[in-house]
Design a protein around this ligand. Structure first.
Ligand SMILES: Cc1ncc(COP(=O)(O)O)c(C=O)c1O
Length: 506
């Protein structure tokens, strides 16, 4: 709306000229969002982005107004029909969450309130504080741990490692940087440790080589004896071990390291124990899984996500740190314009920027707060339990089929397996399994991804989906078998020679 100001010149705002028109558009958007979510089953899981949409999405920035309705219509035409697919009941790729409808609406409310959840008092800060308290109690952590919501476990891992580095270095890292070190700081994880830990080691100036990757046992859990030897070797070579990263659900297979052994080793060796529980930590909600997980609460820090196995819309993760003072000491900087004042809003207790990297922070906590109120912890517990049960049902189905072979134990919710066929070389089998994954993705009926275990390609199904039902997994198995059969048919015609067909198999 443009108004003549006192001096007669026109002053502008970006608010709508016609609020009623935007209101109608907003109602249409909400109707479309909810219809799309309700009818997910009738839509393909995934489809490639067509050339028309790609062209549209490469157009130059508009200089003149096109209007809100036009912007929304372009979204409906070129963006909305081509999602990643992770909201769909038959999507089990990587470790992606499935979203909650109220979570999406809560994000709308959070954006409308538009706070920066930093240090100034507002209800948003109190909501985040409350949510952090709830999360600690849900995962059995003492209230004294410090905590902050993050964009995800990559960010939580880097925050935790920064605190570990600064707390365990014998010099002032913040002041001198790593130039102050006379012994190289090193940390440990298994070969199955998530790539975000490597990124963290690089960004913290430690270097990727400082992250010592220790081999795993047959169940993809860190080999604790080898870990202990690696620490001793590094110490005797004059390096300074400071941290062990334990996996609570590896991204490849969902393996959980022996946390009792890691916690004992770390307390004996005075090392920081960081746990990457990106999705696996949420299994704590199910009391019967606590023996599988082990003592999460002995960690010095824990990273986990709510956008994975708590199904909330992206992005929201969290980090807990035992030593709240060390956490603050790593990140707190108070320039004069942000310093506390005796009255007004700047006396608020929690200064979230003192616990992480971001100063401006979005109101991530609202969707957590609303969805926990909507469903209560018990329903999340049931949902996680359902996913674990579905993963075990799938495991049993695979064991019963001669052409499918399990590739790793199912510890939590990830099932890795491969299509097998007598007479095919390991390389041909790899190509066959890659081709199966590509075909099912392109087919749009079910969605899995792949990984490599012991150098071999496997199909990987990660169940962090609250919409999946038994029939969906039956369809997945049927589709994999069907594509496998189609791909191996030419092999049979060639008397067991590697198949040659349109899939690109050689
Ligand atoms: C075990 C593990 N750690 C860390 C991450 C990184 O989490 P985010 O994608 O939330 O940054 C993932 C992501 O899949 C993961 O599975």
């Amino acid at each position: 709306m443009s108004e003549p100001a006192e001096g007669g010149h026109v002053e502008h705002t970006l608010d709508p000229d016609d609020w009623n028109e935007l209101r109608a558009l907003g109602h249409r958007m909400v109707d479309d969002i909810l219809r799309d979510m309700r009818t997910l089953r009738e839509q393909p899981v995934w489809r490639p982005v067509p050339q028309s949409a790609r062209d549209h999405l490469r157009a130059e920035v508009p200089l003149e107004p096109e209007g809100a309705t036009a912007a929304y219509e372009q979204f409906r035409e070129h963006v909305a029909p081509y999602p990643r697919g992770n909201n769909h009941p038959r999507y089990w790729g990587w470790v992606n969450g499935t979203g909650l409808p109220l979570g999406a609406l809560a994000d709308l409310l959070a954006s409308a309130m538009n706070p920066s959840v930093a240090s100034f008092e507002s209800a948003a800060n109190l909501v985040e504080e409350q949510v952090l308290g709830w999360l600690k109690s849900m995962l059995g952590f003492p209230a004294a741990f410090s905590a902050v919501l993050t964009s995800g476990s990559s960010m939580s891992n880097i925050i935790a490692l920064a605190v570990a580095r600064d707390a365990r270095a014998d010099f002032d890292v913040r002041r001198h940087g790593l130039a102050g070190s006379n012994a190289r700081l090193v940390l440990y994880g298994s070969l199955e440790t998530h790539s975000s830990l490597q990124k963290a080691a690089e960004l913290l100036g430690l270097g990727a080589d400082a992250l010592r990757l220790v081999p795993t046992d047959a169940d993809f859990r860190v080999d604790v004896a080898q870990l202990e030897r690696a620490i001793a070797t590094d110490r005797s070579a004059g390096l300074r071990p400071f941290c062990v990263v334990g996996n609570v659900g590896t991204v490849n297979t969902g393996a959980v390291d022996d946390l009792h052994a890691l916690a004992n080793l770390c307390s004996r060796s005075e090392l920081w124990l960081h746990l990457d529980g990106a999705f696996g930590a949420l299994a704590w909600l199910c009391p019967e899984m606590r023996g599988v997980l082990g003592p999460l609460q002995r960690a010095d820090s824990l990273a986990f996500d709510l956008h994975k196995w708590m199904y909330l819309p992206y992005d929201v993760g969290c980090v807990f740190v035992r030593d709240a003072a060390a956490h603050r000491a790593t990140f707190a900087v108070t320039p004069s314009y942000l310093s506390a004042s005796p009255a007004g809003g700047n006396g608020h207790a929690t200064r979230f920027p003192d616990y992480g990297i971001e100063l401006s922070r979005r109101f991530r906590a609202l969707k957590v707060w609303m969805c926990l109120k909507e469903h209560g912890v018990r329903r999340f517990e049931d949902q996680v339990r359902q996913n674990i049960g579905q993963a075990h049902d799938l495991e049993r189905a695979i064991r019963a089929l001669p052409n499918l072979e399990l590739a790793a134990p199912v510890a939590l919710n990830i099932v890795c397996f491969r299509f097998v066929e007598a007479g095919l070389s390991p390389r041909a089998l790899d190509e066959c399994n890659l081709a199966i994954v590509a075909r099912i993705q392109e087919g749009g009926r079910v969605f899995a991804s792949h990984t490599r275990l012991h150098e071999r390609v496997v199909i990987r199904v990660a169940v962090t989906n609250h919409r999946s039902q038994a029939e969906d997994f039956r369809l997945l198995v049927q589709e994999i078998e069907r594509h496998g059969r189609e791909l191996r048919a030419p092999a049979a015609q060639h008397n067991g020679a590697a198949p040659r067909d349109a899939s690109g198999l050689t």
